[in-house]
Design a protein around this ligand. Structure first.
Ligand code: HEC
Ligand code: HEC
Ligand code: HEC
Ligand code: HEC
Length: 316
């Protein structure tokens, strides 16, 4: 009798334990999802206004009607660009109300395309602590807040190599989610792959949003020194992205574009390696870790002596 009861209790407990375990694993494994640009806009009105002036924003209305789009969609075996999972990787933002909800296409590339899907960091990244104002937040709390946000998938502006690598993945047709066969088919059907995508030129025109304290109402232009840093970090990200992409596909057009990106980046890094040894290390081993190290090393440096003449004069 006693044995029977204890067996029953054990069985019931096991079910609870199993249910708990399943809930825990499904929570741990649930991928972060996008909450959508409207959420960000609630607090970041100035940044949202800038975004609304970009091609990223405008393309949502009409890119699927582009002449080439139909042929490109067909080439990957889909019927409509907006319904194609392949096109969605780079062209659309899918937002979800909660983890279980059906994703809804709400925009072109948007805030979370560049800053990371925010479901797990949106309430963390701005939390100064209960009742604490921005200026009173202890340094240790701030460091912990940002460490938590990054662990939850936030791509922070201060980690410029990570931000740049993410642009390069879309603009270099190098995203992991994009199948090599689809990339080749897209190129054959006329999809562009621009090896001249360069971070300063493409981020300091329509895309620029730099409302940093203390002038939070002013969209600040970069100084030439800041531009020289960003230029070098952008090329570092291009080198790493293109090197990885070289092993992704044997398609001739794809390889030629990646080779061109590597050649340009190599010339820039050669020009600064005397001043920044980390650039030399990256050239001999184009890894993500070496790219991140270079990005930290150029902070506060004026590299205009080495790359000033290469900086773009016009911005997209
Ligand atoms: C409830 C208000 C609020 C919402 C909603 C919000 N943010 Fe923020 N965000 C802030 C505040 C406040 C800061 C400044 C934090 C600080 O002082 O360090 C900030 C900072 C940032 C930063 C700069 C962080 C850094 O590294 O210095 C980025 C990038 C950012 N937010 C992106 C987003 C995105 C993308 C969304 C939408 C997914 C979003 N935020 C939603 C309030 C918000
Ligand atoms: C890996 C990211 C990526 C994927 C996947 C992707 N695109 Fe693109 N697409 C881009 C980028 C980046 C541009 C802008 C390129 C530029 O202007 O240099 C672009 C531009 C375009 C253009 C504009 C061409 C022009 O000449 O104006 C069309 C049309 C297009 N894509 C269609 C598609 C279709 C259809 C799919 C799905 C089969 C798709 N793309 C998948 C990144 C991607
Ligand atoms: C094309 C990629 C891209 C998109 C889209 C984008 N950002 Fe950014 N964001 C960046 C980059 C790059 C920086 C770093 C700028 C710098 O420091 O020069 C940045 C910086 C920021 C900052 C810190 C500077 C500031 O303005 O306070 C915030 C906050 C921010 N972004 C929020 C947003 C929000 C909100 C959206 C959507 C409305 C958005 N971003 C869309 C790339 C992007
Ligand atoms: C999720 C993929 C994705 C990411 C990440 C991304 N872009 Fe884009 N970007 C696109 C697509 C797709 C287009 C083409 C839109 C169109 O032609 O309708 C585009 C177009 C642009 C354009 C307009 C191009 C032109 O010739 O006028 C600029 C500028 C740009 N991106 C800058 C950036 C910068 C800078 C970053 C990183 C800070 C970035 N993008 C990150 C997908 C992306």
């Amino acid at each position: 009798m006693l044995k029977k009861i204890s067996e029953k209790v054990f069985a019931v407990l096991s079910i609870f334990a199993l249910a708990g375990l399943l809930a825990a694993t499904s929570q741990a494994e649930a991928a972060p999802f996008k909450v959508g640009p409207k959420k960000c806009q609630e607090c970041h009105t100035a940044e949202a206004k800038v975004w609304e002036g970009t091609e990223h924003f405008k393309s949502f209305k009409g890119i699927h009607k582009n002449e080439k789009a139909k042929a490109i969609v067909k080439a990957v075996g889909d019927k409509r660009m907006k319904r194609s999972e392949t096109c969605t990787i780079c062209h659309y933002s899918e937002e979800k109300k909660d983890a279980g909800a059906k994703p809804k296409q709400v925009a072109g590339p948007s805030c979370e395309s560049c800053h990371g899907a925010a479901s797990d960091w949106i309430t963390v990244h701005n939390d100064y602590g209960k009742g604490v104002k921005r200026d009173a937040e202890p340094a240790a709390h701030k460091a912990e807040r940002f460490a938590k946000a990054e662990a939850a998938g936030m791509i922070r502006p201060s980690k410029l190599f990570d931000v740049a690598s993410n642009c390069m993945a879309c603009h270099g047709l190098a995203r992991d989610e994009l199948d090599a066969k689809d990339a080749a088919a897209m190129l054959d059907a006329g999809h562009p792959l621009n090896p001249g995508f360069e971070l300063v030129a493409y981020s300091q025109g329509t895309v620029r949003h730099r409302f940093y304290p203390p002038n939070v109402t002013e969209n600040q232009e970069m100084t030439p020194a800041e531009m020289s840093q960003m230029y070098v970090v952008g090329q570092a990200a291009a080198l790493v992205s293109a090197t990885q992409a070289m092993s992704k596909s044997d398609h001739a057009k794809y390889k030629a574009a990646q080779e061109k990106r590597i050649a340009t980046a190599t010339a820039v890094l050669e020009a600064v390696k005397g001043q920044v040894p980390e650039a030399g290390a990256l050239l001999s081993d184009p890894s993500v870790a070496n790219g991140q190290a270079l990005s930290e090393a150029v902070k506060g440096k004026d590299l205009t002596g080495a790359v000033g003449g290469m900086l773009p004069k016009e911005f997209k």
